[in-house]
Design a protein around this ligand. Structure first.
Ligand code: 4AD
Ligand code: MG
Length: 469
């Protein structure tokens, strides 16, 4: 973090500010959770963490100090308040320690507290999602997540994009993949029927509704009024896939630009992605160092290289040809017209390109109805950005702005024109070339922290069979 307030008397000072202090300070006040408690000859050391930064502050309780009478019962996991003096530490590896004058136990924790050990497996920590934020790893993850959520707004606001909050409940399946969660107030046991089918017109909204899979269609409406807009919000997909890269509820950032084509779209995606990486490097150094040491060796080097790297652009057709020529034995079929599977995407970005790559101009057949049709009659102006380790991190396109083309395409894929009349209207009145993309916030966090499972970069993951916390 950039600016830490200096230590103040009579008010809780975050440990981050204490550790960044320039001078010894008497009479400071702090609070936190005890990571470890060790007693030696006439002295007790408490390692105290308040989440404001990665490091803990060592609290030293001298046997002769008045605070010593209060430390009985303070163990790992306890929450305490401390007053005392910030003094230079004689111990190696830390500049400051806190000489306690008074300690107050706010919440005790007995030996059943699950975070007793220094190290736990990520799988185990997932089962205690209510406590894992107090561990080193998840402290670091959620501080980076916070910093990057702020950077998303900073990036777009600096460039004059308007932040639009698109609805969470919607009647439209933007991606057309049929992965919507239903939202209804109808009685599941006895729904009203019409000719044997559920009469959705009698439901709360007068039609079948669900949780949004993307804010894009509404963002497009705003782009034809405000030119440059973005959304940043929760997104839902009822995909029954238990992979390390999918969750049923995730956060997506979706910019949409009027007067822009596919190349402009790739340029914005590249600039945005690089900005996120630089922001993390400049503001999350301590947390990234932990990821670099413990989670992905060479992470900081990888991020540093990305900042100066050129992002390649390759057509889908070329990607398929190069993958076929690679001689690699893939488990899924690979031929022109089929969607690239995650194994193909990763091989392309990791082995063939060795860095981020935009794959553009996909066959129309495997992409959503709204993408702009290319002149070759078989591909659309789509782009996916792929990065090593994660694979697809961004999906976007130039949109079909020509009324008749869009109308025809909707007919071909069986989307009733009536249901999206408002979307077509935008092409009727003041249509313009426009483009946008969606970046999965959790996939970005996986790339920047090196965490390998998407469940470990979102506070409370929603996956098939799991919505406990
Ligand atoms: O490629 P997708 O499906 O694109 C769209 O939804 C477009 N409407 C975006 C746009 O053009 N405005 O999703 C975009 C990104 C993916 O590249 C991926 O990073 C993320 O959203 N994503 C998921 N992240 C986690 N769990 C899931 N189930 C995800 N599905 C997509
Ligand atoms: Mg996609």
């Amino acid at each position: 973090m950039n600016s830490s307030p200096s230590p103040r008397k009579n008010r809780r000072t975050p440990i981050r500010a204490l550790l960044a202090s320039e001078q010894e300070t008497r009479g400071v006040h702090l609070g936190g959770w005890v990571r470890t408690a060790r007693s030696g000859k006439g002295v007790t050391f408490l390692e105290l963490n308040d989440g404001s930064c990665f490091a803990s502050l060592q609290v030293v309780v001298d046997g002769a100090s008045p605070a010593a009478v209060d430390i009985a019962g303070i163990g790992t996991g306890s929450c305490i308040e401390v007053t005392g003096d910030l003094v230079a530490s004689p111990a190696a590896g830390q500049r400051w320690e806190l000489k306690a004058a008074g300690i107050r136990l706010l919440g005790s924790a007995d030996a059943d507290y699950p975070l007793q050990k220094k190290r736990h497996s990520l799988e185990f920590l997932r089962t205690i999602a209510h406590l894992r934020p107090r561990s080193n790893t998840f402290g670091a993850v959620f501080r980076v997540r916070n910093a990057l959520a702020f950077a998303v707004h900073k990036f777009f606001q600096e460039r004059g994009f308007l932040y639009v909050q698109t609805p969470i409940i919607t009647a439209n399946d933007c991606e057309g993949a049929g992965e919507m969660f239903r939202v209804t107030t109808l009685d599941p046991k006895e729904p009203p029927l019409r000719e044997g089918l559920v009469a959705w017109e009698e439901d709360f909204f007068g039609e079948k509704t669900g949780l949004t899979v993307s804010g894009q269609l509404q963002a497009e409406l705003f782009a034809t009024a405000f030119s440059d807009v973005y959304t940043f919000g929760p997104t839902f997909r009822a995909e029954n896939s238990n992979t390390s890269r999918h969750v049923a509820e995730f956060w997506m950032i979706e910019p949409e630009m009027a007067f822009a084509d596919l190349r402009d779209d790739c340029r914005l995606a590249e600039e945005f992605f690089r900005y996120m990486v630089v922001h993390a490097l400049e503001n999350c150094g301590e947390d990234l160092k932990f990821f670099n040491d413990r989670i992905e060796k060479g992470l900081i080097d990888k991020l540093g290289k990305l900042v100066g790297a050129e992002f390649k652009i390759m057509t889908y057709t070329e990607a398929v040809t190069r993958l076929q020529k690679s001689g690699e034995a893939f488990s899924y079929p690979l031929e022109w017209g089929l969607d690239l599977q995650s194994e193909h995407e990763r091989f392309l970005t990791e082995k063939i390109v060795g860095g981020p790559v935009f794959v553009i101009d996909y066959p129309a057949r495997i992409k959503a109805f709204y993408m702009r049709q290319n002149d070759d009659g078989r591909t659309v102006a789509a782009m996916d950005m792929l990065v090593p380790r994660v694979g697809e991190i961004i999906g976007g396109s130039q949109r079909e702005e020509r009324y008749d083309r869009l109308e025809r395409r909707m007919g071909e894929v069986g989307i009733p024109l009536k249901s999206l009349s408002w979307y077509l209207d935008i092409r009727r009145w003041g249509s313009c070339p426009h483009a946008g993309f969606g970046l999965g916030f959790e996939r970005l966090l996986m790339y920047i922290t090196g965490m390998e499972n998407i469940r470990d970069v979102i506070p409370f993951p929603r996956t098939p069979g799991n919505a406990k916390f």
